[in-house]
Write a protein that binds this ligand. Structure first.
Ligand code: PRP
Length: 202
């Protein structure tokens, strides 16, 4: 049996849907706070973890493989193998603000609100803009509306959150989809099981 770390929420549902469409038989347990479950054949054990923690569980070998968005993976830079782009969970990492000129008037010093501190810093260093980063944990779109930041760096999926809050995309930084990752040691010690999983879902 191999252990697979899954990110709580929308991406977990998409992953299970994908895995089931490829012949696995998995049902997310309802009405339970249990944080692990098995497929019907008990070939796989699934851990339900925060998206930001998937790669940590995999890096420390609590899970042999995991599913994580490239957006999160780039931010945390864990020491894991990237095995396969699953093609689900598509989103874009963007700079967004009230209008396209929200920081052009003061291109040398701006304030940026984000959950993705490293990604934001790297982006503005590359642009030679001195960005003060305001770390937030959610509802990032409020920051420019309340004047605590000139713009935000965040992911956009449907675009609805930006639209509903009167913000627009100023720059795209990169595109992100969900990746299947593996522990570097487990990749060799559990190679047969991992290959079997890859053959199924590819
Ligand atoms: C994410 C992201 C945006 C939103 C984008 O937030 O930070 O706010 O989704 O999705 P959309 O383009 O489909 O509207 P999340 O839902 O994870 O909530 P959070 O603000 O609490 O982090």
């Amino acid at each position: 049996m191999i252990t697979i770390a899954l990110p709580k929420g929308r991406l977990m549902e998409e992953t299970i849907e994908l895995f089931n469409s490829k012949g696995l038989d998995i049902e997310i347990p309802k009405h339970s706070r249990k944080l692990f479950f098995y497929d019907k054949d008990k070939k796989y054990k699934f851990l339900i973890v925060r998206a930001q923690d998937v790669a940590t569980y995999v890096e420390y070998n609590a899970a042999c493989v995991g599913v994580v968005g490239l957006d999160v993976l780039r931010e945390h830079n864990n020491n894991v193998f990237e095995l396969l782009d699953l093609g689900i969970g598509y989103c874009k990492m963007v700079v967004a603000g009230k209008d396209v000129n929200c920081f052009s008037a003061k291109t040398k010093n701006i304030r940026v609100a984000t959950k993705f501190v490293k990604t934001a810093k790297q982006h503005f260093v590359r642009k030679n803009i001195n960005a003060e980063i305001v770390k937030l944990y959610g509802s990032i779109e409020l920051a420019p509306l309340l004047g605590i930041a000139d713009c935000i760096v965040d992911i956009v999926s449907t675009g609805q959150t930006l639209r509903d809050n009167g913000l627009e995309v100023i720059e795209e930084i990169f595109e992100s989809t969900a990746m299947l990752i593996a522990n570097r040691t487990s990749f060799y010690t559990n190679n047969v099981e991992i290959k079997e999983l890859l053959d199924k879902i590819q």
